[in-house]
Design a protein around this ligand. Structure first.
Ligand code: SF4
Length: 489
């Protein structure tokens, strides 16, 4: 694996398209996104802008909404698959054999967080070039080398970079219409077309369970404000009425974040947005919350993960249960809705700790703010996870499972795993039938108390909180893919 200390020139290729050795006039490159949480993918649009500037003919296929198109793939000289998360990688592994049938002539690359982490597996399925981190310059170099008939070195490369790179205005012209992606759902049931923007990549934190960490190692990169605004403008032109920031943590660079939302609000005062912000940042930058509200922030997603301080310490989240309770108050005070997310089941879960999690949501009136899928999520332990370095952790898990793309584990109490399976089956059904969140929660509440053999406090008449704005996509990056997702290409 090459590292990012090596300048591009040392590898015998340029970092941009300017000096492309154009020995092949037309070079067809297909970019594929298996899944991106219902978002129109920034990663494909940014790569597309770079590759088009370098002279490639680029087609994008978003498998969340499109199929592998035989006619497009038959013409491809190269195909690059974006693996930004677990679900996407599972789908890609299922899709790769068919992809190779449809494009036997094409060189294959994978890029995104999960590409370097699954290098061996991907190579076994015919992927030869693997790029992680700030990959656009390497994608261009790879395409240029292939075009010049000299792709052999890069075609075998695994390159992870954190260099500061140029950001271009993402080219979204070849992606499905914005209105076909996840939309904003308001508490009254009305919907708004949402645009999807990244204002940073990577993360400056080192949470042990997080797949960003093995690739970015505590670094984040800023997309210039003018590029973010140009991307927002083109999505507003395409019908967006709300902007969803896809940054791993929107307040990694608080000054940058403020510059972005102030500029957004100055240009489009009627526009709303949402962002993901960690609990620690909500507390450390509490003074910014009123400004986020003023500039149109409708809701904040926070990866709380657990209300058990011992588990939060294992995960190196740098917040406590008390911090979470405090952050709920601060965000509410600012008039913004909070949507906490969870790693609901892990090897340290007990029936009591899971009951405690549910009880916290009741106490804090957050039941309507939590998508039910969040209440069934099992800890994923991908290749390269920093959890593997936690003393004693390897005793809790099995050998790496290539099908699951992770290290399997079982809870020491089989009743906890049985409960998780019951909840998972129920939630999948409830999502299909649009069961209200409160009703789903009440069912999970009952299942949990029955499994624990504990008396069940009644929820009848309790204020469990009001529905909050949310995105229509019910699935999450840490959830296992559904059968439909695995077969949908
Ligand atoms: S969990 Fe969130 S804050 Fe922690 S490293 Fe990952 S992206 Fe950063």
């Amino acid at each position: 694996m090459l590292d990012d200390t090596q300048p591009y020139a040392d590898q015998g290729h340029s970092c941009c398209g300017a000096s492309a050795p154009a020995t092949k006039n037309r070079f067809n490159l297909v970019l594929i996104n298996p899944y991106e949480l219902g978002r129109q993918p920034f990663a494909l649009a940014e790569a597309s802008a770079w590759l088009k500037r370098a002279g490639c003919e680029v087609r994008c296929l978003d498998l969340a909404l499109q199929k592998l198109e035989p006619a497009v793939l038959a013409e491809a000289d190269a195909v690059a698959i974006y693996l930004g998360m677990h679900t996407a990688t599972r789908i890609a592994l299922e899709a790769l054999p068919r992809l190779r049938q449809l494009a036997p002539q094409a060189a294959l690359a994978a890029f995104g967080l999960y590409a370097p982490m699954n290098e061996t597996l991907l190579r076994g399925l015919g992927v030869t070039a693997i790029f992680g981190g700030e990959s656009e310059p390497d994608l261009v170099s790879w395409a240029n080398a292939l075009r010049a008939g000299n792709g052999s070195t890069l075609a075998q490369a695994t390159i992870v970079r954190h260099d500061k790179i140029e950001f271009l205005t993402p080219d979204r012209t070849d992606l499905p219409q914005l209105a076909r992606y996840a939309h904003l759902v308001l508490p009254d049931g009305t919907t708004r077309v949402a645009g999807f923007v990244d204002s940073t990549r990577g993360c400056k934190h080192l949470c042990r369970h997080c797949p960003v960490v093995p690739v970015y190692e505590g670094k984040f990169r800023v997309v210039p404000v003018e590029v973010v605004l140009a991307d927002i403008a083109q999505q507003i032109e395409a019908g967006a009425q709300h902007i969803s920031f896809g940054d791993h943590d929107f307040l990694n660079g608080p000054t940058h974040a403020l510059n972005v939302v102030r500029a957004l609000h100055a240009c489009y005062p009627q526009f709303t947005y949402d962002a993901t912000i960690k609990i620690q940042h909500l507390i450390d930058h509490a003074e910014l919350l009123p400004e986020l509200k003023r500039t149109g922030c409708l809701f904040i997603i926070a990866a709380v993960e657990s209300v058990d301080d011992r588990v939060l310490d294992y995960l190196a989240k740098h917040h406590t249960r008390a911090d979470f309770y405090r952050a709920v108050g601060l965000v509410r005070e600012a008039g913004i809705a909070l949507a906490p997310t969870w790693v609901a089941f892990h090897p340290w879960s007990t029936l009591d700790s899971y009951r405690d999690l549910l009880t916290s949501l009741v106490e804090l009136r957050l039941v309507e703010a939590v998508p039910p899928v969040q209440l069934m999520i099992r800890l994923l332990i991908p290749s390269g996870s920093k959890l593997l370095e936690l003393p004693g952790f390897q005793d809790l898990i099995g050998a790496f499972d290539q099908k699951l793309l992770g290290y399997p584990w079982q809870n020491p109490d089989p009743r906890v795993d049985a409960l998780q399976r019951e909840i998972q089956a129920y939630v999948a059904q409830a999502e299909k039938s649009n069961t209200p969140r409160r009703e789903t929660f009440e069912h999970i509440w009952r299942l949990t108390h029955e499994m624990a053999g504990k008396p069940m406090p009644s929820l009848t008449g309790r204020d469990l909180g009001q529905p909050i704005p949310h995105m229509s996509e019910p699935w999450y990056c840490c959830a296992e893919p559904t059968e439909a997702q695995l077969e949908g290409f």
